[in-house]
Design a protein around this ligand. Structure first.
Ligand SMILES: C[S@@+](CC[C@H](N)C(=O)[O-])C[C@H]1O[C@@H](n2cnc3c(N)ncnc32)[C@H](O)[C@@H]1O
Length: 254
């Protein structure tokens, strides 16, 4: 990735690291949400002690859940500050996870290292998603599985937009804070270099997986997780988080 752009993106996440987990949809907010994530991950990742890479791990959300399920996890991220939060959480939970600094487009791992490569909410912030996907497939073992968890926050339908506006206005009134604080955090210069800015639905993700040569591509709505998340939210947040999220997977041919 172009180094100036990479530095700017890294700085944004360094700044956000201390409060990242507070936001709904980022850190876990209830035991029910944790169970919903673990059940969803068990179904798509499988059992055993697999070698799993969480790309753009941030504060280690997926790596921690997967390590708790017994897998051997690594996590890569550009932001040292996000990684420090992840390391702190792993220490507190008594989990051993290999967190490293690195770029999703140029992973610090050999070919065919992992049974599963996974990520959540990463595609939107990549300037070259196709190149990143080729890199993730390179790091997968033959027969290994790529799992992408994503959604479209900048939802195209009017009803979702109206709900979000109403929810954000209620947050501003009830909590006396600016709910749009992080919206323009990247700034227009960075945003225009990101083809999936606003999130990616299956219509965008599936062709990427197929172009990278993956087979058995399938889409699963994150229904159970979304229901558990909503149950822990006040109404104003349920209005804001009305967009759909998905898990898309594909297999690297043997
Ligand atoms: C929205 S956060 C998602 C964090 C985590 N995956 C989660 O689900 O909570 C995006 C993360 O991707 C990281 N990131 C952005 N571009 C990256 C890149 N090219 N390589 C590695 N990490 C990157 C950021 O530093 C940030 O931690």
């Amino acid at each position: 990735m172009n180094m100036a752009l990479q530095d700017k993106i890294t700085r944004c996440w360094d700044e956000r690291s201390a409060v990242y987990d507070n936001q709904y949809g980022h850190g876990l907010k209830s035991e029910e949400e944790k169970i919903a994530w673990q059940e969803t991950l068990k179904e798509s990742v499988g059992a055993g002690s697999l070698r799993i890479l969480d790309v753009g791990t941030g504060t280690g959300f997926l790596a921690l859940l997967l390590a708790e399920l017994g897998h051997r996890c690594s996590g890569v991220d550009l932001s040292q500050e996000m990684l420090q939060q992840a390391q702190k959480k792993a220490r507190q939970a008594g989990l051993k996870i290999d967190f490293r600094s690195g770029d999703a487009e140029n992973l610090p791992f050999k070919d065919s290292s992992f049974d599963v490569v996974i990520n959540r909410h990463l595609l939107w912030t990549l300037p070259r998603p196709e190149a990143a996907l080729r890199e993730w497939v390179r790091a997968l073992k033959p027969g290994g599985r790529l799992i992408i968890i994503d959604g479209r926050w900048a939802a195209p339908d009017i009803s979702t937009k109206v709900k979000r506006l109403a929810g954000n206005c209620l947050i501003a009134l009830a909590e006396r804070r600016n709910p749009w604080k992080w919206k323009g955090h990247y700034g227009k210069e960075i945003q225009k270099q990101l083809p999936f800015m606003g999130g990616a639905g299956p219509d965008k993700i599936v062709p990427l997986l197929e172009a990278a040569g993956l087979t058995d591509v399938s889409i699963q709505p994150l229904t159970r997780v979304m229901e558990a998340q909503k149950a822990a939210m006040p109404l104003r947040y349920r209005l804001v988080y009305a967009h759909r999220r998905y898990l898309v997977t594909g297999r690297k041919p043997e």
